[in-house]
Design a protein around this ligand. Structure first.
Ligand code: NAD
Length: 446
């Protein structure tokens, strides 16, 4: 019989993983400590915006007409422990308050709650991004707590999904990495991922530390690539070069590649910033801090770009933001997501607001989350409304909706036709043709 699966923690990662496992044919029980989230998921509603997820949930959540019924949700640990042969732990691992290190309290609490109820053999699979060494510690903890003793085993299976593409990335992962300690654990995970593996997803078996490191190493590389091109943007700004042309030209070298070379206000979100910081903190604990000191520079290049955007906006309105109106297009940290965790767009909006401007934000999906985090900013129901009367318009999250805006229509509503493209994603020529002054990061002014 196919193994039964639980998913512990049903946020961006867990809700998607649970629905995808049901889609692959497994019986799935999702568990979260958040009662409202569980209630919504049980009705087939996503607690967040993720393209395609709502449809996937509605195809499988028990009780929905026409659904397979293979997916349901609970808050009951004993029920989950009793149900699952394999438990995927997908809870959050944020940055600790006031420190670089990872806050493991949610993972620790979830592992403890589950382990205490495990009365039958099971494989517990960590998917959260954790500091290297965590799996070994957690394995010992589970062994000490689980009533089923040796029958319970741990594996680590880091997740590489991208928000905005989470459903496709989970159903068709570009690689599957499993850190295991036994052939049995590997066999079970091969069964779980049989469909994507048959479709060609590479299946890479490692020890615990390597599996944990794959995730943080991948995120560090991506962050480095983004900060590299943003550092080149700084040089272009100082020298009169054009970072967009430069990126295009170096991107043709296949050893470099074109992806992640779009200069702008940098990376944010619930993963990259906190993961590179936690990686540095962990390297310090291991006595290997020198190996990662470059990540400190990657982080500061990234944060500097946000400040640079604020400066560009201040220059555009004169010398001071006092009494000015600033329109901000974008609140989510990236397009096709409502996630505003450590969003560069909101960070820039917040800084400008603090300096005295009246800031009005519009985002296609991130408005509710943005309002919760920055209640003092103004919010408008559309891009056109946000731009009305603005002295300057900032494009800070590259939604396709913004690429399709009509510069003529917006120009008629704006106070002044000044556009700052913080993502180098808009067609500057089109906006200029409609009378806008367009400035973009790392590009010369025409
Ligand atoms: P999230 O905050 O959206 O979801 C975490 C969920 O865990 C929440 O619903 C929360 O209520 C629940 N939770 C917290 N403590 C719990 C407990 N003790 N028991 C049960 N549930 C509990 O976070 P996320 O973005 O889904 O990230 C989860 C993990 O996955 C993190 O380690 C993150 O770094 C990693 N990750 C995230 C992504 C992504 O794109 N979001 C991609 C890859 C890896």
């Amino acid at each position: 019989m196919a193994p039964k699966i639980t998913v512990i923690g049903t946020g961006y990662l867990g809700a998607t993983h649970a629905a995808a496992m049901a889609e692959l044919g497994f019986e799935v029980l999702g568990l979260d400590v958040d009662a409202e989230k569980i209630a919504r998921l049980s009705r087939g509603e996503t607690p967040m915006y993720e393209p395609g997820l709502q449809e996937l949930l509605r195809r499988h959540v028990e009780g929905i007409e026409g659904a397979s019924g293979r997916l349901r949700f609970t808050r009951d640990w004993a029920e989950a422990a009793d149900f699952g042969d394999i438990h995927f732990v997908c809870v959050n691992t944020p940055q600790k308050q006031g420190e670089y290190a990872c806050d493991m309290s949610y993972v620790n609490a979830a592992m403890d709650s589950l382990a205490k109820e495990l009365r039958r053999p099971a494989l517990v699979v960590g998917k959260s991004t954790v500091p290297v060494g965590s799996a070994e510690r957690i394995a010992a903890r589970i062994a000490a707590l689980a009533p089923a003793g040796d029958g319970v085993e741990l594996a680590w299976n880091p997740e590489f999904l991208r928000e905005g593409f989470a459903v496709a990335d989970t159903l068709h992962p570009d690689r599957i990495v499993v850190g295991v300690r036994s052939a049995h654990a590997e066999k079970l995970l091969r069964e779980v991922y049989a469909t994507p593996v048959a479709e060609g997803s590479p299946f890479i078996v490692t020890d615990f530390p390597t599996a944990e490191l794959v995730k943080t190493a991948a995120n560090s590389f991506l962050a480095t690539k983004i900060s590299f091109i943003n550092a080149m943007a700084e040089i272009c700004e100082a020298s009169g070069g054009d970072v967009v042309k430069l990126a295009e030209a170096i991107g043709h070298d296949e050893r470099i590649g074109r992806k992640f070379l779009r200069a702008g206000i940098g990376f944010g979100g619930g993963c990259l910033p906190k993961d590179i910081r936690a990686f540095m903190a962990r390297a310090g604990e291991l006595g290997a801090d020198q190996a990662l000191t470059f990540l400190r520079e990657i982080d500061s290049v990234n944060m500097r770009r946000r400040g640079r955007m604020v400066e560009m906006a201040r220059d555009a309105v004169g010398d001071s933001f006092l009494g000015t109106r600033v329109a901000v297009l974008g609140a989510a940290f990236k397009p096709d997501s409502d996630d505003v965790r450590d969003s560069p767009a909101l960070n820039v909006a917040g800084q400008i607001h603090l300096q005295g401007a009246q800031v009005t934000v519009y985002d296609p999906k991130g408005m509710d989350n943005a309002r919760r985090v920055f209640p003092t900013l103004g919010y408008a129901p559309s891009a056109l409304d946000a731009v009305r009367g603005a002295d300057v318009v900032l494009h800070l999250t590259e939604w396709s909706e913004f690429r399709d805006l009509d510069p003529e229509e917006l120009g008629a509503a704006a106070g002044r036709r000044i556009l700052l493209d913080g993502r180098n994603a808009l067609d500057a020529a089109r906006w200029r043709a409609a009378g806008w002054t367009v400035r973009a990061m790392g590009r010369p002014q025409p």
